[in-house]
Design a protein around this ligand. Sequence first.
Ligand code: DAH
Length: 342
Amino acid sequence: MIEKIRGITASAVAAADKAGTVRELEELRVEVLGKKGSMTQILKGMGALPPDERPLMGQAANDARAEIEKRLEARQAVLRMAELEERLANEVIDVTMPGRAQKPGGRHPMTIMIEDLCRIFTGMGYEIAEGPEIETDYNNFIALNTPEHHSSRDEQDTFYMEGDGGFLLRTQTSPMQVRYMMRNRPPIRVICPGKVFRSDEIDATHTPVFHQMEGLVVDKGITLGHLKGALTTFARELFGADTAVRFRPHYFPFTEPSGEMDVRCYMCLGKGCRVCKGEGWVELLGCGMVHPNVLKMRDIDPDVYSGFAFGMGLERVALARFRIPDIRILFENDVRFLRQFA
Ligand code: DAH
């Protein structure tokens, strides 16, 4: 038996020293020392020996086992090191190779637009307030003096939420007037940029999601003169100091009187072209003096306070400002377009 042990040990040791990979070494370990390994079999056969031979043989087998283990470990350390060195050699980084350039991104023209508008109006002392895109029928319509039968409530224009909670996607930023006056007393000077939603067919000037910016000023002694002054100043800040504007009467339920402000066509400078449809003017925003009913519903006394409000579609302003011919380009996220603003 002792011969057998010696034989197994010698060949295991020789095989260990010859093993070329960690994996081969592991296979060898299983072959010799594993559950069904040759050395394990010997140890199992120990019971058949006469009792006085057992201690001697046991000792020899255990010594052999320890020796084989030691050799396996030593060889494994050598192989691991070799494998590591090989990997390091293969993974060498060529620091002289040209890098992959990071192309810096840019802001979307709508973001640029909103930031510019915020800068202009905060410069005139306005605060900025934002509100939810899901609104109540009350805030979007009723509190804005918009009667039940008004055409802007038409289901064809408004996205109503399912269920009978009275929720809808706001069709305008005007409900922010309501929200702001619920929490703030005059003097009020605030702008509210944000997304609005209407069930419109998509074409060169319409998308079902677009941006608006609302403005609201309420204080003692506010007149139409303040409205014209503020909005003219704004238009000149945005389009240039020599920009001509004009005000036309219009109708909105929440202002009285109401109007619209046009700017001189930025394409033809008033001669008449496709963009202004021959008019020489481009409509920019709706505005007016806040309706007394709107103030009353917020417990602001219209005999003491007055105000003006305005609302503009920001895509339209962006098209004008950047001379973009089609609103859809703003939503397509074509990098060839966006890159021009980086
Ligand atoms: N909310 C109006 C719209 O979506 C725009 C508007 C007009 C807002 C007049 C106002 C305003 O605050 O006074 O068409």
